[in-house]
Design a protein around this ligand. Structure first.
Ligand SMILES: NC(=O)c1ccc[n+]([C@@H]2O[C@H](COP(=O)([O-])OP(=O)(O)OC[C@H]3O[C@@H](n4cnc5c(N)ncnc54)[C@H](O)[C@@H]3O)[C@@H](O)[C@H]2O)c1
Length: 321
């Protein structure tokens, strides 16, 4: 399966992972490349590179959970393939659980419906490792139980069940990709920021790094550009349909280790760290099983390393200074 000559839509394409996916898709020479983003957290600047690579890129500020407007858009733009990444993220879900649940489930069910009614050919739905909850075994394969710990995680797990139920019941052409913790340039450093931008900001500002819990909690960090690459390869592999596929490195890194790596990459010898009580819903261990991804695509993603962290930090230096 090739994307060349196809009409492709990316929801959440002005966001962190979505914008890297749009960059990557531009190289596939699709017939058209369309982004829908509500700009709840997305930024138009994230699409600067994509616009250079693909000047005909179309960007619509719309709510991807609105089935009527998505139907109109899909018909008008003759969309065939949808990469569905739009999301209300985890930290927001702690403040606005109902809105998060309604929006995230609304987005997934909208594109399932459009696939069921034959308006789109293929749906690549983006899940999250958060759907698993804390690891009950390591590494976490795709059969690991879903025990979500936050409203966000519950909404992601629910979306996955919805997509798989449409695949099972209506035979829609769909696949679920399940990335673990992404890091890299363009990750929102403002409200509802993730761990890497928060730590980098404290180091740049000379303020203490606040770690929730003992810092021994682990994550499987994935370099964002590699997640985009993996998504394209999974689309290309027809055997992926009807499956859930982890996008992970298979390596566990604790938050304490991450802080040490970042201070070292940023040339800081010692930086004050304060430990606060663990946040509700924080998962303890995460490490993805990468067998399915490797068997299907032969692709290995990068995790934290001096090179990937340096590229990340350089970007934050450029936008935060
Ligand atoms: N960042 C990670 O570490 C990570 C890990 C696993 C899975 N994921 C998944 O990857 C996908 C992308 O996440 P991200 O980290 O790039 O998040 P992000 O917040 O940077 O991007 C999500 C985008 O969706 C947009 N959006 C929100 N609600 C919308 C709506 N109703 N209609 C249209 N657009 C809307 C936001 O404005 C934003 O640009 C999500 O599905 C997320 O669950 C992310």
């Amino acid at each position: 399966m090739k994307l060349k000559g196809k009409h492709v839509l990316v929801t959440g394409g002005a966001g962190f992972i979505g914008s890297y996916l749009v960059d990557r898709l531009a190289m596939e020479e699709p017939a058209s490349l369309v982004v829908v983003d509500s700009f709840f957290l997305g930024r138009e600047e994230n699409l600067t590179r994509a616009r250079k690579l693909y000047p005909e890129l179309k960007l619509f500020r719309m709510d991807a959970s609105n089935v009527a407007s998505m139907l109109q858009l899909v018909l008008a733009e003759k969309i065939e393939v949808v990469f569905d990444l739009a999301v209300v993220p985890l930290p927001t879900s702690l403040d606005f659980p109902t809105w998060t649940i309604e929006t995230n489930i609304g987005i997934a069910s909208t594109f399932c419906e459009l696939a069921r009614r034959g308006y789109i050919q293929t749906l690549i739905h983006c899940s999250s490792s958060e759907a698993y909850g804390s690891a009950v075994h390591i590494p976490m394969d795709e059969e690991h139980p879903l025990i979500p710990c936050t409203p966000y995680a519950a909404s992601k797990a629910a979306c996955d069940h919805i997509v798989l139920s449409y695949w099972e019941t209506y035979n829609i052409d769909a696949v679920i990709v399940r990335p673990f913790n992404n890091f890299g340039p363009r990750q929102n450093p403002g409200s509802y920021a993730g761990i890497v931008p928060i730590v980098v900001r404290h180091i740049l500002n000379g303020t203490p790094i606040e770690i929730f819990g003992d810092g021994k909690q682990t994550r499987d960090f994935v370099f964002v550009q590699d997640t985009a690459e993996a998504m394209v390869r999974i689309y290309e592999e027809e055997k992926s349909r009807g499956q859930v596929i982890n996008i992970a490195s298979g390596r566990e890194t604790s938050v304490n280790e991450l802080v040490v790596y970042l201070t070292s990459v940023m040339g800081v010898r010692e930086h004050p760290v304060i430990y606060s009580p663990a946040r509700p819903g924080d998962v303890r261990r995460h490490c993805g099983d990468v067998n399915r991804l490797h068997t299907l695509t032969g692709y290995h993603v990068r995790t934290v390393s001096p090179e990937t962290l340096a590229e990340t930090v350089d970007w934050y230096r450029s936008v935060m200074s």
